[in-house]
Design a protein around this ligand. Sequence first.
Ligand code: ADP
Length: 289
Amino acid sequence: IFENIKHQFQSKALGQNVILNCDTPLPDMDAVVITDEIKLTQVLSNLVGNALKFTKKGHVGFGYLLKNELLELYVEDTGIGIAPEMHEEIFKRFRQVEVNPNRQFGGSGLGLSISKAYVELLGSNLVLRSKPGIGSMFRFTIPYKKAGKTDESNKPPFKEIRSEYNNFRTILVAEDEDLNFKLLVVLLSKIGLTIIRAVNGLEAVEICESGQPVDLVLMDIKMPVMDGYEATRIIKKLRPGLPVIAQTAYSTDEDKAKAFDCGCSDFISKPFRKEILIAKISEHLASCP
Ligand code: ADP
């Protein structure tokens, strides 16, 4: 659904010089859910269509985040925004912010009332956050009810990874945010990995250069002093065999492509599911001696 919508609106976005980002963090096999495809497609395409209609510069982003047992779907833009007094009004039938007869934006004023009704039929609420001149974000949730097999064989083999990697492998975590780093420590120390930290890209390079034993690098992309792209480029020159997994929040396809160009072996979008992070780390550690 997300890919189709991106495809549907890509040329419109390009035509008006607006970047269209689509972020779908789960691997395909985990991203097939039981829901009403037609309603979901209609809602997303209404919201993305509106976002592009009311955005003349900047970007329109859409995608989902996995939050507990829910997928939170969002469509955000850096467009004209909506005044607070209109936040409820625009969900009513035929209501539009622009009312003068020489309106510059077309439309029937029905899209949002239909979208709201569909989202409610899907068991959620369509929530708006918006500021005039800054942009808007519409979001709603659907249950994360995976289609197909739901038994344990669908999940990454958490237990096996644990025993396999108890043997003192070291991960260098390049992460400037303390909170993110603490979260990773909790996650990774559970599976017996030793963790060292760099607070920016330059420090990560220096640690790799110093000859300290490092088996894998988990590289945040947006960091001060030297970003993750540059740091990865240098580290891969020093140690071409060292796996580097890039991690970044709200990543775009371009971010991913750039990370791979710089030599990253893999990419994970934040916030990530711990099983996915651990599966990726396991895969890359297993492939190096
Ligand atoms: P329309 O066909 O007019 O787009 P909608 O019901 O989809 O009808 O939207 C109602 C009104 O809400 C729009 O006319 C516009 O004034 C406002 N609106 C909707 N989405 C956005 C957005 N992303 N940014 C700014 N205004 C928006």
